[in-house]
Design a binder for this molecule. Structure first.
Ligand SMILES: Cc1cc2nc3c(=O)[nH]c(=O)nc-3n(C[C@H](O)[C@H](O)[C@H](O)COP(=O)(O)OP(=O)(O)OC[C@H]3O[C@@H](n4cnc5c(N)ncnc54)[C@H](O)[C@@H]3O)c2cc1C
Length: 309
């Protein structure tokens, strides 16, 4: 089922059918702040009032024209203006395939650098999301170029990839380990990714240890965000940090908008930093399909919404 839904997430035909149904849009609202910047601002404001910060994603991916990629970057500049104008506690999350990676890496770098420079000016932050394994090395290379002169940039490492412990070790060595750890949301072959959930979970725990150990050892320039809704991962991170003398202010938990809101609030109450990933925009199809793929119950919820029950 997961593989089928992830395959559908790339199908233009399925996209046309699903996006055309008004009830789909309503169902997507469970995971997406809305289609407009004003919708996103409203959601961030609510989160901030609950002690939660945000990282905001202007939805879109895999663009192939310079014009589209520039438009996407312009939307991020408007978003950063809105964050500043409204005094919001928020950074942004950016997908490099939305910034023109398929046009060319230099073009993509220059385009995304506009966002990074703006974020730097207003004291905000840019997280480079990680997409499918075909672009992992190129994403890390562009991240390194950005991070070289802009400390307000971080990246994402996916626990399902075999390479991730090596990538984290290299980033720590280079003083560039501002990392969001997640399990990984794309459909990857067993040649590059652990095929079973227990293996992915074990690697996620190992990566947490790797980052926490480096944090305990020295690195003031190291930042860790544990991005998971999984109690096993969350409880492990809490316990490991506690036993290694790493304060609650030295890492953060991240979750997706609309998922496990009770846990988000409970963590804030316990004194942990919590950031929620807030996607907005009209290009919600791929993001929505990945959320359905993560949990069969979400598919049932969606099918019910479609038949109006
Ligand atoms: C802030 C954030 C940023 C992310 N950025 C990236 C990225 O850049 N690249 C990338 O590949 N992936 C990204 N992901 C997605 C991530 O890789 C996983 O696909 C996703 O978080 C599900 O994994 P999990 O750790 O929550 O654990 P799972 O084992 O999948 O889930 C644990 C429990 O969480 C709940 N849950 C999980 N997913 C859902 C859902 N969709 N709906 C309802 N409940 C759910 C369920 O109770 C489930 O039992 C991100 C996730 C987060 C939280």
């Amino acid at each position: 089922m997961r593989t089928a839904l992830l395959a559908l997430s790339h199908s233009k035909q399925a996209q046309g059918l699903i996006v055309a149904v008004p009830l789909s849009r309503r169902a997507a609202r469970r995971f997406v702040a809305g289609e407009t910047l004003a919708n996103a601002v409203e959601v961030i404001r609510q989160l901030n009032s609950q002690g939660i910060t945000a990282t905001v994603d202007y939805l879109g991916e895999y663009v192939s024209s310079e014009a589209e990629a520039r438009n996407n970057a312009d939307e991020y500049l408007r978003l950063l203006d809105a964050i500043q104008a409204n005094g919001l506690k928020a950074g942004v999350s950016v997908k490099l395939t939305a910034m023109g990676m398929h046009v060319g890496d230099d073009f993509c770098f220059t385009n995304v650098r506009r966002i990074v420079e703006k974020a730097e000016q207003i004291g905000s932050f840019v997280r480079v999301d990680m997409e499918d394994a075909a672009v992992t090395s190129r994403t890390l290379a562009i991240y390194r170029r950005l991070r070289d002169s802009h400390p307000c940039v971080g990246v994402v490492i996916q626990a399902y990839l075999y390479r991730s412990q090596q990538d984290v070790a290299a980033l720590i060595d280079e003083g560039m380990a501002d990392v969001r750890l997640c399990k990984g949301a794309y459909d990857e072959p067993p040649t590059v990714a652990f095929p079973t959930k227990p293996e992915v979970d074990q690697n996620m725990l190992a990566l947490c240890r790797q980052m926490f150990d480096a944090s305990a050892a020295h690195a003031a320039d190291l930042q860790l965000a544990v991005a998971s809704h999984d109690d096993q991962i969350i409880n492990y991170a809490k316990a490991y940090a506690y036993h290694h003398g790493i304060g609650r202010d030295r890492f953060e938990f991240q979750m997706l908008y609309g998922i496990r809101r009770d846990v988000q609030l409970a963590l804030v109450k316990e004194g942990y930093k919590v950031r929620v990933y807030v996607p907005f925009g009209t290009a919600w199809y791929g993001y929505f399909m990945r959320r359905l793929a993560e949990r069969p119950a979400n598919l049932v919820f969606f099918l019910r919404a479609l038949v109006g029950r």
